[in-house]
Ligand binder design. Structure first.
Ligand code: NAD
Length: 460
């Protein structure tokens, strides 16, 4: 059984039964049989199911949001915002999937005697092990294009977002997706491991870098393809020509939205030395305005931490280490004085580049800031990380920012914005942030594999 606990109150919401490994194998067998029919189902029917799912999500927005808020602590306005924004992804996939499915005729028989054609086939049964921080986005980025392209999906939501995962499953089934084509397997690491043992067509994983490494080493020897969307230590560089107020407000939002538990949250800030002192004052002032409190209250911006005591322990370790190494705490620095698992929004100035807060993913409402002398130093420090998810530059000069972003080894570059994902653009990490891609047309192709057809007419 897994306990579903509200991180704001420590109340036990429910207990859910985890499947045993034999049940996971049985789920795989059912999915494999069902996928044969699903891939043969006309695209228009598959798309109609997903369109009905969109309508149901819209109807259930408030309940879905509250479910997520209760089980993982996301402030209700942000939880509902995520549910609403799922619509944009559904529309994108509905608009762009069909074009990826047809055969490509490269040569016809009357051109060379042998016709050459590429067929795009689904992968089969796709495993999807997911994170809890954006359950609608990280789940939907995988299961929506996977289903539209004719795959079956075994979806293991995070144990911290199990009720949300089950809710999504009910809505997909109500929308007409056959029960065996989309199956939800709730549970923790042991259920994930049982899923990895199946002869999957592919595994799409979203989670931390250490778990991603385990997934890769389990699947690579068996030649099962995998995509990994992992953590980040996303840097921002504020150049000497920034608008201070705009940058400070953006940094407060980028660092503390979803209580800092976003894969592309701002995790490190480098400021041109000429604007450093002014920025620190403006940043502290902007952060003080963010309301910490009950996640079910619409005014709340910073809620409790989904990983509860473990998250608070990890954050405190980073803060204490930065302090010992000369970092200056300008705001926060300890857990909030209220019941539930809350940490104060924390800003540490002069954070040493080698400290944990500048190197290890924080995944909470704490942030390190340090000055740099010029663009070259900014580029060097931005790249000084094992991760490569996103990077951001604030300046009035787009050409200068693009030049800096060209030198930063990350899958996404932002100019005067941060912590942003678009269904139209590929979502992809480099180095320790992962392998593969979701969203955009790349994130549709990822669920298809090519078959090369050489077709010589009979009697030729
Ligand atoms: P996690 O690695 O602890 O868990 C992720 C999933 O893996 C969960 O479903 C968990 O049950 C499962 N799991 C854990 N151990 C396993 C094992 N040995 N075998 C199989 N499955 C296993 O990560 P998390 O705490 O759920 O999520 C937070 C992390 O996810 C952060 O690092 C964050 O940056 C990252 N993330 C990345 C993206 C992205 O798009 N790049 C998006 C969201 C979250």
């Amino acid at each position: 059984m897994i306990d579903v606990i509200n991180p704001a109150t420590d109340e036990l919401i429910t207990q859910l039964a985890e499947p045993e490994s034999g049940q996971v194998a049985a789920a795989f067998a059912r999915a494999q049989a069902a996928q044969r029919q699903w891939r043969a189902t006309p695209y228009a029917e598959r798309a109609a199911c997903v369109a009905r799912f969109a309508e149901l999500v819209e109807k259930h927005t408030a309940d879905l949001g509250l479910t997520t808020t209760r089980e993982m602590g996301k402030p209700i306005s942000q939880a509902e915002g995520e549910v609403r924004a799922l619509q944009g992804r559904i529309s994108f996939f509905l608009e762009h999937t069909e074009a990826e499915l047809g055969d490509e005729q490269l040569l016809s028989a009357d051109q060379g005697g042998t016709a050459e054609r590429i067929r795009h086939e689904p992968l089969g049964v796709v495993g999807n092990i997911s994170a809890w921080n954006y359950p609608y986005f990280v789940g939907g980025n995988v299961f929506l294009p996977a289903l539209l392209t004719g795959n079956a999906v075994l979806y293991k939501p995070s144990e911290l977002a199990s009720m949300t995962g089950q809710y999504l499953g009910r809505l997909l089934h109500e929308a007409g997706i056959p029960k065996d084509v989309f199956q939800v397997l709730v549970g923790g690491p042991s259920v994930g491991q049982a899923l990895l043992e199946q002869p999957l067509g592919a595994m799409f994983f979203t989670g931390s870098n250490p778990t991603g490494a385990k997934i890769a080493s389990a699947l690579a020897p068996r030649m099962i393809r995998f995509a990994l969307e992992l953590g980040g230590k996303d840097p921002v560089y504020l150049a000497d020509d920034i608008d201070l107020e705009h940058a400070a407000e953006n940094m407060a939002e980028g660092a503390f939205y979803n209580t800092g538990q976003s894969c592309c949250a701002v995790e490190r800030i480098y400021v041109h030395q000429s604007r450093y002192a002014g920025f620190l004052d403006a940043f502290v002032a902007a952060t003080r305005k963010l309301e910490l409190g009950d996640p079910e209250d619409r005014e709340t911006f910073i809620g409790p931490l989904a990983r509860r005591a473990a998250a608070i322990r990890d954050l405190q370790e980073q803060v204490d280490e930065a302090k010992q190494r000369g970092g200056r705490i300008l705001l926060g620095g300890e857990r909030a004085s209220r019941s539930g698992h809350y940490y104060q929004p924390t800003i540490i100035a002069d954070a040493p580049q080698g400290s944990l807060i500048m190197q290890a993913e924080s995944f909470g409402p704490i942030i390190g800031v340090r000055p740099v002398k010029d663009d070259a130093e900014a580029v060097r420090l931005m790249n000084d990380t094992k991760y490569g998810l996103t990077a951001s530059v604030y300046s009035r000069d787009e050409a200068r920012a693009l030049k800096i972003l060209e030198e930063v080894d990350a899958g996404t570059g932002y100019f005067n914005c941060c912590d942003r994902v678009s269904p139209r653009l590929p979502w992809t990490g480099r180095r320790g942030s992962g392998i593969g891609c979701t969203l955009s047309t790349y994130g549709i192709e990822a669920f298809l594999r090519p078959k090369a057809l050489h077709l010589r007419p009979a009697g030729w």
